[in-house]
Every structure is written in structure tokens, then in C-alpha cells.
Design a protein around this ligand. Structure first.
Ligand SMILES: [Zn+2]
Length: 306
């Protein structure tokens, strides 16, 4: 029998925002933050903040704290403690152990050079595994399609064996892969809805496959359009993606509401503005496109004085 607490936990959505501290918060990431916040909160749900600091060589010192401070200044208040992936390695190791016990993973000592020109990596390895050799851990994928019904992007499917290959869960340098950590953490935090940018849509089938291998629940998915700059580049890769300024929080939040298809509200502080946006949120008005190019998104670099 299901207890009352479980029913309550089930009916209350849990969303999250999960930035990597590899740079400052720009409008592309703010868009995902505001979208996931509104989608979780308009039904009274929880919204967690998880810092995906799994890859120290790619991280920028101070970036995590700047992201946290910016979210706070924008009134994007998260529930509970901030989750740091760098402090959760034992959970990722346990998941790999479980997969190893079920014989779903293998050691791969192939180097980049070995795999050059191979396309996707599937067993067997190019280089035979020897004990002590630096190696990655890969998850064996199965033949056939893995599909999802995304709330905005619709049906999406991939044949992992053909399009992706055996998935790296732990890299040769020992760092845990994003694909593993995101699956383990979303399950452990009981995330019920993943709202993020459509640039991650093509990672989703392998994450669902991994959830199944670990006997975990699959959350619902909603992939927001990617914001493009004037040259058609994704903002995270764009040289025209300035960090967002807390002093401009209300203006920035109104821009995000417009790009989310929501009523643009007039409250004078970020918190009041978000509260109004939560109250009026309409998920059916979210844009059902993969990309948005909008003049207001991109602030061109000021032209140099003559
Ligand atoms: Zn290999």
C-alpha cells in the first residue's frame, strides 16, 4: 500500500537547475534556469540547484560562486542545500559497481588515436585491456531505438548502437562522465521533471537507457529552445554572450518571460516579478521550437571609438 507521504511526494513536482561552473551565467543558461523554476513552482514543486563541477580542468575559478550569487540576485531561490557533484563521487562509483556486477560495463583502453576514424565505439576494443593500463569504463548499449516524448520537442528517438556507441561512464583520466552523474543525481534527488536546453536533447536517450540499466525511474523531459546569437551560434559558444548583470535583473527576467511565451509582468523587484510569473504561468504557451533567434537576446560588442 502506498502511504500518504508517498502520494504527496509523488504529486509534488521536483525540478532542478544544473549549471557547470565553466563560465559566467549568460542569457542561454538564465533561460533554462527561469524555465525550470517556473515549471516546477507553478504547481507548488521544489526546485533544486546542482553545481556540475565534475571536470576541474574545464572549470573557471570563482565561476560557481558567481553563478550562485547571480541566481540569488535574480530571485531564483532554490530549495534545500546546493548539491555539488564533486562531493558525490562515491554515489557514481556505487552505480558503476552495480553495473559491473550486472556485467553491463567494460574497461576500454582505446586511445583517441585508436578510435580516430572508427565512428562510434562498440565492443570489442581496438586495444586489448590489460590490468593496470589506464582505461575508461563504458556502458554496453543495446540495438534498437530508445525514444522519449518531450513536452515541447515531441517524439525523439535514437538508435544508440548506431548513433552513439558504448557510453563512457568514467573517463581514462578517472573523472566521472556527465551522463552518469546526471542520471544518478536526478534519481537520488527524486527529480520528476527535467527542464533544460534543447542542446541536451540528443543526450537524453542514452540517459534513459542508463536509467533502465540501473532500475531508476525516468523523469519527464521538457527541452527549451536554444537561444541563438546574431550569427546563428548557440549563446554558450558565442562571443556575443555577455554575462548577465544583477543590476538589470528585472529587465532580464522580463526578456526571459517573453522568450518563454509568458505574459510579461510589471513587478518592480525580481522576487515579486517571479512570484507573479509563477502565478500566471502557462506551460502551453512555451515555444515549441528547437531554437530562437531574437534581436533582443544579443548585445553586440560596442564598436570601438574611431
Ligand atoms: Zn575501447
Amino acid at each position: 500500500m502506498v502511504g500518504a507521504d508517498e502520494i504527496k511526494a509523488e504529486s509534488r513536482p521536483v525540478g532542478r537547475f544544473a549549471p557547470s561552473p565553466t563560465g559566467l551565467l549568460h542569457r542561454g543558461s538564465l533561460y533554462a534556469a527561469v524555465g525550470s523554476f517556473l515549471h516546477a513552482r507553478y504547481r507548488g514543486g521544489r526546485w533544486s540547484l546542482r553545481i556540475e563541477d565534475l571536470d576541474p580542468p574545464r572549470e573557471q575559478p570563482g565561476s560557481a560562486q558567481t553563478i550562485i550569487d547571480t541566481l540569488a540576485a535574480f530571485g531564483l531561490d532554490w530549495d534545500g542545500e546546493i548539491i555539488w557533484q564533486s562531493r558525490r563521487h562515491s554515489l557514481y562509483a556505487d552505480a558503476i559497481e552495480q553495473l559491473r556486477a550486472d556485467q553491463r560495463v567494460f574497461c576500454c583502453a582505446c586511445s583517441r588515436r585508436d578510435l580516430a576514424g572508427v565512428g562510434v565505439h562498440r565492443e570489442p576494443c581496438r586495444r586489448p585491456y590489460e590490468v593496470g593500463l589506464e582505461h575508461a569504463i563504458r556502458l554496453r548499449v543495446a540495438d534498437g531505438f530508445v525514444a522519449l516524448d518531450d513536452a515541447l520537442q515531441g517524439r525523439y528517438e535514437q538508435d544508440l548502437a548506431i548513433e552513439v556507441g558504448d557510453v563512457v561512464l568514467q573517463r581514462r583520466d578517472g573523472y566521472y562522465a556527465y551522463q552518469l552523474a546526471v542520471v544518478v543525481d536526478d534519481a537520488e534527488l527524486q527529480v520528476s521533471e527535467v527542464v533544460r536546453g534543447a542542446d541536451l536533447l540528443n543526450s537524453t536517450p542514452r540517459q534513459i537507457f542508463l536509467q533502465r540499466q540501473l532500475d531508476l525511474t525516468t523523469p519527464s523531459y521538457l527541452h527549451l529552445p536554444v537561444l541563438l546569437d546574431a550569427d546563428g551560434n548557440k549563446l554558450s559558444k558565442s562571443r556575443y554572450a555577455p554575462a548577465i548583470e544583477p543590476a538589470q535583473a528585472c529587465r532580464e527576467l522580463r526578456l526571459m518571460l517573453r522568450l518563454l511565451g509568458q505574459d510579461v509582468v510589471s513587478a518592480a523587484t525580481p522576487s515579486a516579478l517571479l512570484a507573479e510569473a509563477v502565478a500566471g504561468f502557462d506551460p502551453n504557451a512555451l515555444p515549441r521550437v528547437a531554437q530562437i533567434a531574437d534581436d533582443e537576446v544579443v548585445v553586440r560588442e560596442p564598436s570601438k571609438a574611431q
